[in-house]
Ligand binder design. Structure first.
Ligand code: N2P
Length: 401
């Protein structure tokens, strides 16, 4: 059977399942379990959960009560984070101020984070999903609402456009909010100027056989398919199967040119001299820092391609299984303090969601702030609902080619 037929068949079976849920035949939990058995990705299932109440309706966010806050001070909390994404001193400072020890563990992609939570992993008080994944997790009832008014006063200092983003807007969620923004940024590629000149302006060199073996890409489903789609002039959120197929084939053709797919060691690749490294903006500055700092800035260039690229916001959220709701809130508030946010931005080299943090940020950490003109070419990744299964399949095809 062709992959497309499998997707169609799954969709048909899901429609039946949705009808059953709609008529009260099964609970939400049973729906999720049976949809997962159908072989659909957890993301797809999550997106469908809310859609089953009413046919053709947009998925509805869960209606939940604000949990009561137990203000018992925990001994420790655990943050499940992207690698190289928090100044380790912040954990020490927080412990000195509150007595709470902060553990940190790491994931390398949104899909890995989702799979962990879906598999029932517990013990994380704070997780850091990106925009579209935060939305999937809200719909999947994996997150608990945050008591921002009561316990995260520093949220007031968050940049206005990031306060109620489409992926977590209280107006659509019965007044509930499930995340506070952490950092935001862009996805492009770094070039080593000693090996690539002049600096390119589009995605073309990453598909050029002349650059075989000189290219490292993120190991990331939505980012890589997004690159393929944007390079073809399509939306990184397309739900057009033919466009997705075209991008998939383009990535399959590109694969022999790619030395590594890696979402963790981008800094190392740039420092070691890989000519083209697809990465996130902060990785570029982190690499320049590792090369020797500002004096070495000219060794690396950053390309935000003319055909368009992905912009992202990473959010701090709290799984329903968090051990300490109170400790998690205290830490989120701490992270949004302008001085702490500035210190953190000066270590991770990404852009903080708190504008007042800039007074406390190493100016070098701000040099890749995208211009309005750049931002006009960018696109945020969205939850694709049931079409997420097609992306998952496309990425599997690329990785197994
Ligand atoms: C930091 C990872 C940033 C995540 N190493 C981009 N969404």
């Amino acid at each position: 059977m062709e992959e497309r037929d499998i997707v169609n068949q799954n969709q048909k079976e899901l429609v039946g399942l949705c009808k059953e849920a709609k008529h009260g035949g099964i609970t939400r939990r049973q729906f999720v379990e049976r949809a997962l058995i159908l072989g659909l990705s957890a993301g797809t299932v999550g997106a469908l959960v809310g859609a089953c109440g009413e046919e053709d309706a947009e998925p509805e966010a869960p209606q939940v009560e604000m949990p009561v806050m137990d203000e018992t001070m925990p001994e420790e909390i655990t943050v499940y984070n992207w690698t190289d994404y928090m100044d380790p001193d912040i954990r020490k400072q927080f412990r000195a101020e509150t007595g709470i020890k902060v553990n940190e563990t790491y994931f390398a992609s949104n899909e890995e984070l989702l799979a962990k939570l879906r598999a029932g992993s517990t013990g994380y008080d704070i997780i850091v999903p990106s925009d579209y994944m935060c939305q999937i997790m809200i719909m999947s009832e994996l997150l608990q609402p945050l008591d921002i008014d009561g316990y995260i006063p520093n949220f007031a200092g968050v940049a206005e456009p990031l306060k109620a983003p489409t992926f977590d807007n209280p107006a659509d969620q019965g007044g509930m909010k499930y995340s506070v923004p952490y950092f935001y940024g862009t996805t492009g590629y770094a070039t080593r100027t000693d090996k690539v000149s002049p600096t390119p302006t589009d995605w073309t060199p990453l598909f050029d056989p002349a650059n075989s073996g000189k290219i490292q890409l993120l190991d990331d489903e939505r980012e890589c398919l997004g690159m393929g789609l944007k390079s073809l002039g399509y939306s990184a959120n397309t739900k057009d199967q033919a466009e997705l197929d075209e991008a998939t084939q383009k990535l399959i053709d590109q694969k022999p040119l790619v030395s590594t797919y890696d979402s963790v060691n981008m800094k190392r690749a740039i420092v070691q001299g890989v000519p083209y490294v697809m990465c996130w903006d902060g990785d570029v500055l982190m690499a320049i820092d590792a090369l020797g700092g500002e004096d070495y800035q000219d060794m690396v260039d950053w390309v935000l391609p003319s055909e368009g690229f992905v912009r992202w916001t990473d959010a701090m959220s709290m799984p329903v299984s968090a051990a300490s709701r109170y400790g998690g809130h205290l830490f989120m508030n701490y992270i949004l303090d302008p001085e702490v946010a500035g210190q953190n931005a000066s270590w991770v080299w990404y852009l903080s969601a708190v504008p007042a943090s800039r007074d406390f940020t190493d100016p070098f950490a701000l040099i890749l702030t995208p211009s309005d003109e750049d931002m006009a070419r960018s696109e945020e990744l969205e939850d694709l609902g049931e079409f997420a299964a097609a992306y998952q399949m496309a990425w599997t095809k690329v990785k197994s080619a």
